[in-house]
Design a protein around this ligand. Structure first.
Ligand SMILES: [Fe+2]
Ligand SMILES: [Fe+2]
Length: 145
């Protein structure tokens, strides 16, 4: 996989509409890290990705809490760890370690694809089956809907 043409594809879809929309945004902001400085300052693009990631992870963390998702601790731990890496790269890049920008741009797509295949995939399946069960329950007990 070349980071130059890393983009959203159906291969990343988890069939959960809100999650897929958020993930499309992550992919767009993440691949923008590979643009040149002439396009826009790297730190502006990294800040946009960090801002997105805080909201993206918070949304998933809230779903995990709301639906008592069993492996929530492990999943939240991956969110916290990657966010810390992004913030550390931001700090060091601002301090002059420019090579780290390119490394982050190359590593994040690999991290994300693995995270989607494992953690987010499990969460999406869990949410879909819980939402189906809830819809079935509301159909059977319309007065509760
Ligand atoms: Fe996600
Ligand atoms: Fe996640």
């Amino acid at each position: 996989m070349s980071i130059q043409n890393w983009a959203w594809s159906d291969r990343l879809s988890l069939k959960h509409e809100m999650m897929d929309e958020t993930h499309q945004e992550f992919v767009a902001l993440c691949s923008a890290l590979s643009l040149s400085e002439e396009h826009s300052p790297f730190l502006d693009r990294l800040d946009a990705l960090i801002e997105h990631s805080i909201a993206h992870f918070e949304q998933e963390n809230t779903w995990m809490d709301d639906f008592a998702f069993p492996p929530a601790g492990c999943h939240k731990g991956e969110h916290d760890a990657v966010l810390q890496v992004m913030q550390e790269v931001r700090r060091r890049y601002a301090g002059g370690e420019r090579d780290l920008g390119q490394s982050l741009a190359e590593e994040l797509p690999l991290w994300f694809e693995h995270h989607v295949d494992t953690m987010d995939n499990m969460l999406a399946q869990f949410l879909i089956s819980n939402q189906l069960a809830l819809a079935e329950h509301e159909k059977a007990s319309p007065q509760l809907a």
